[in-house]
Design a protein around this ligand. Structure first.
Ligand SMILES: Cc1cc2nc3c(=O)[nH]c(=O)nc-3n(C[C@H](O)[C@H](O)[C@H](O)COP(=O)(O)OP(=O)(O)OC[C@H]3O[C@@H](n4cnc5c(N)ncnc54)[C@H](O)[C@@H]3O)c2cc1C
Ligand SMILES: NC(=O)c1ccc[n+]([C@@H]2O[C@H](COP(=O)([O-])OP(=O)(O)OC[C@H]3O[C@@H](n4cnc5c(N)ncnc54)[C@H](O)[C@@H]3O)[C@@H](O)[C@H]2O)c1
Length: 463
């Protein structure tokens, strides 16, 4: 049977663009449909604009530090959203053009339309055109999840923050995950009085407990009004403002409420049922280790599969798909060791591998940990503390996890992640000569374990 294309990709985000470009490089005839802007979540409404806003929000803290170093008049002054926003738009336009140009240069045919499946080898565009393809890759990403509460539609989602006409005068951020912590920090740093409300008692569920404690403290100390063990119950419009009723009986007024309450796979209306593709509880496309669905001609990568929802993961899954299907180089991603960082200020939380909480369950592990005030901010009069932690297997000496809370922790974990991924032992860390004076040198000078977690069997005997 002959097909219009060898590969049809649905979604021009991190995973789809990479898969399309690499597959075309192997000589495949590739088409890609994107219903919105090329580049997807990360480039247009995620990692990139978010990180630029994190940089913007750091000015008051940089001024405070400068004053501590003798620049007594240093002040950040007022942030101008009307000056920043057009620059941000220009940068995103530039990146979008670069993504489209990269695909075109690789020979990929771009359809600027929504696409849906019509069968195992058929894709239909919103305009009605139907194409056949030997393989179809779904890389449709995710969408914010809004809690089911009255008036939720009055709230914003993270996408809206980059498109605001003006900064709010008082904002509420709902949630305690990556997005809530980052965006509460951004708004606060830009000078917006910000409240973050989280239903648990510590933010960043699933992270190492040391990171969670320090991040929870930092948010509260940074000027964000952090309200724990609370949730909004109802939102009502009141003129220009939003009246928010909390489950603790309080009522407050905001002019912006942002929900950062998780994301779900964007699979609605994709025609998955017609093509017979199996999905899970949240609509995520179920795939095997090769990113192949139950329909052999249909694959899926990135957030739409809800494995690990990070850009580098979507990119690697897309690349592995192309290598396997068109490059004659079977490859798959090992999801067991993936580093990540939460971009807050002044300190970031960065992590790879086993947490101390997981180590408690596994047993037979040594925990090395240091907490200190770094030279740079301490000199300027700050009490902010850094934490570095290694989780080490007691039998093999292998470093199973590394967790850092500190300035630029994301940069540090990237390098530590190489060692951890290579299977480095604690002895390898120890024999690495320190670079002095740096913060990261503490990772290679951790002498004594702070805690010993016995093997589970030993604990049972002792109990
Ligand atoms: C605010 C925010 C900040 C983030 N920050 C980070 C970060 O710092 N680091 C990090 O690693 N990750 C971050 N992420 C996560 C990261 O953005 C995602 O993991 C990544 O973009 C997933 O890539 P993807 O290819 O699966 O999907 P996406 O990038 O979401 O791309 C999917 C694309 O498919 C298109 N599409 C969907 N359905 C159709 C259809 N039927 N037809 C045509 N086109 C369609 C969409 O318009 C979209 O462009 C962040 C996410 C958010 C929301
Ligand atoms: N720096 C980064 O790498 C980065 C940044 C942003 C997003 N991301 C990716 O995007 C994903 C989505 O981010 P996110 O922060 O939206 O999700 P998340 O899963 O990290 O956090 C969701 C938060 O919302 C809370 N929540 C859920 N339902 C709620 C309800 N009904 N009422 C009140 N609170 C509720 C949860 O308790 C949790 O704190 C992340 O998991 C991550 O994979 C990564």
């Amino acid at each position: 049977m002959s097909f219009d294309y060898d590969l049809f990709v649905i979604g021009g985000g991190s995973g789809g663009v990479r898969a399309a470009r690499i597959s075309a490089g192997y000589g495949a005839r590739v088409a890609l449909a994107e219903e919105s802007r090329m580049g997807g979540t990360c480039v247009i409404r995620g990692c990139v604009p978010k990180k630029l806003m994190v940089y913007a929000s750091g000015a008051p803290e940089a001024a405070a530090e400068s004053r501590g170093y003798g620049w007594l008049d240093a002040e950040a002054g007022d942030f101008s959203w009307p000056a920043f926003r057009p620059k941000l738009d220009e940068e995103l336009d530039r990146l979008e053009r670069a993504y489209s140009a990269g695909l075109e240069a690789a020979g990929v045919t771009i359809h600027k339309q929504r696409a849906r499946l019509r069968g195992p080898h058929e894709v239909e565009l919103a305009g009605g055109e139907v194409f056949t393809a030997k393989h179809i890759l779904i890389a449709a990403g995710g969408r914010p999840y809004l809690p089911d509460l009255p008036g939720a539609e009055l709230g914003m989602i993270s996408d809206d923050l980059f498109l605001m006409k003006r900064l709010p005068t008082r904002a509420l951020v709902v949630g305690g995950g990556f997005i809530a912590c980052e965006f509460a920090g951004i708004l606060n740093g830009l000078g917006v009085p910000t409240v973050q409300v989280y239903r648990g008692d510590k933010v960043l569920r699933g992270f190492d407990s040391g990171l969670r404690d320090l991040m929870t403290e930092q948010i509260a100390e940074s000027g964000v009004s952090l309200r724990l063990n609370a949730s909004p119950e109802k939102l009502e419009a009141d003129g220009e403002r939003i009246r928010v009723s909390m489950n603790d009986g309080t009522t407050e007024y905001y002019d912006a409420v942002m929900f950062a309450t998780g994301r779900v796979p964007y699979t609605k209306g994709l025609g998955l049922e017609e093509a017979g593709v199996k999905t899970g509880k949240w609509g995520e496309i179920l795939v095997d280790e090769w990113s192949q669905t139950n329909i052999p001609s249909i694959f899926a990568v990135g957030d739409v599969t809800d494995r690990i929802n990070l850009t580098p993961v979507a990119i690697r899954e897309g690349h592995a798909f192309a290598d396997t299907v068109f490059g004659n180089k079977p490859d798959k991603l090992d999801h067991s060791l993936v580093a990540s960082a939460v971009y807050t200020r002044p300190h970031e939380a960065a992590t790879i591998g086993m947490t101390e909480d997981e180590a408690e369950l596994r047993g037979d592990v040594l925990i090395y940990e240091t907490r200190f005030r770094p030279m740079r901010s301490m000199f300027a009069g700050s009490d902010a503390r850094v934490m570095m932690k290694l989780v080490v297997d007691r039998q093999s000496d292998r470093v199973l996890g590394c967790h850092i809370f500190g300035p630029d922790a994301g940069e540090m974990i990237q390098l530590a992640a190489i060692a951890v991924t290579m299977g480095a032992t604690k002895r390898d860390f120890d024999r690495t000569v320190a670079v002095h004076p740096t913060m990261a040198e503490e990772l290679v000078t951790l002498r004594q374990p702070a805690r010993v977690i016995d093997a589970v069997k030993d604990r049972a005997i002792g109990a």
